[in-house]
Ligand binder design. Structure first.
Ligand code: TXA
Ligand code: MG
Length: 308
């Protein structure tokens, strides 16, 4: 049974985590499955609960800048500027880790990914546990991320864990991940904080991961965000062709009769909805403006099975 904690029960949820039982928490992006980043047994438990490959490292969630110093060898000038501008918020920074950060958190890399979420319940939980929390998206590995407590309950039914119910996550797509260990910052995963926004703050070029940097983010290698039915992306309504004996789940980024209206914030909700109703195929019409949202484009491509 997944134990549900309400917003006034954070102290109890924190106790569960201190005893090594994972508890999922809401963030402004998606729900994360929480454990103390220094509790190796609990971290291992999260990998097995999720069915996550062990070489896919986890993000540590912190509540104060002091916690950043606890985890990284050096807070570089770029990191400090980005933290000042975007934290708390949906930006994850990858920096050189301190020795005492467990290998199971970093997948054996010498870096660690860190973010300070802005959701008040996430911050309260971290403060009450008094340790940074790992928080991989609270879904079965390879499936759409969870944006509500109900999604978490469904994905972890029958498992020993909890979830703090904070309602629907506002953003709906995971944070931007930026690697800050090279001369120039690299975006490893697109999110609502764009390369342009980072460039404006740092006044330097920001690269988008390819080749070498892609290898630095193991999570990008796996098929992700995938519902059960095949996903097909179309760039205009005129390309949509439906066969008579198949059941289609139709969604589009522009309101249109007969189509679910897709936003970045409800993509996972829609993919899960289509699963529950056992459609044969999901057709998503993504028009130009929405296609330019690289975070959305990336998740759509991955849901459709393209591995970049
Ligand atoms: O919005 C989010 O980031 C959510 C919420 C809960 O905070 N969390 C999330 O975690 O999306 P997860 O585990 O689903 O994705 C973490 C991503 C993966 O692609 C992983 O490979 C990458 O971050 N990552 C983690 N540590 C890394 C590291 N040291 N170097 C490179 N990539 C890393
Ligand atoms: Mg994930």
């Amino acid at each position: 049974m997944v134990r549900v904690f309400q917003s006034h029960e954070i102290q109890e949820a924190a106790l569960w985590i201190q005893q090594g039982i994972p508890v999922a928490f809401p963030t402004e992006t998606v729900y994360g499955m929480g454990a103390s980043c220094f509790d190796e047994e609990a971290v291992q438990r999260i990998f097995s609960l999720k069915g996550r490959p062990l070489d896919n490292p986890l993000i540590c969630h912190i509540a104060t800048l002091l916690d950043l110093h606890l985890l990284v060898r050096e807070v570089t000038p770029y990191a400090l500027e980005l933290a000042k501008k975007f934290w708390p918020g949906p930006l994850t920074m990858v920096l050189k880790r301190k020795e005492h950060v467990p290998d199971c958190v970093t997948g054996g890399l010498d870096t660690v990914a860190i973010r300070m979420p802005s959701h008040p319940l996430a911050l309260e939980l971290i403060q009450k546990v008094k340790k940074p929390l790992v928080g991989p998206s609270a879904n079965q590995s390879g499936r759409p991320s969870s944006t509500t407590a109900e999604h978490v309950m469904r994905d972890f039914e029958g498992k020993e864990c909890g979830v703090i119910d904070g309602g629907a996550a506002e953003g709906g797509l995971e944070s931007t991940v930026v690697l800050l260990t090279e001369e120039l910052p690299y975006i490893l995963r697109h999110g609502s904080i764009t390369a342009e926004m980072i460039e404006q703050v740092l006044r330097c070029e920001v690269k988008t991961a390819q080749g070498k940097a892609l290898n630095a983010s193991p999570g990008t290698r796996y098929r992700h965000y995938a519902p059960r039915a095949p996903v097909v992306i179309k760039r205009s309504f005129s390309e949509v062709k439906c066969l008579p004996n198949r059941r289609y789940f139709l969604a589009s980024t522009q309101p249109q009769e007969g189509y679910y209206h897709l936003h970045p914030s409800n993509l996972y909700q829609l993919l899960r909805l289509s699963d529950e109703n056992l459609y044969d195929e999901i057709i998503i019409v993504c028009l130009d403006e929405a296609w330019n949202n690289l975070a959305l484009q990336d998740r759509l491509m991955k849901a459709a099975g393209y591995i970049s």
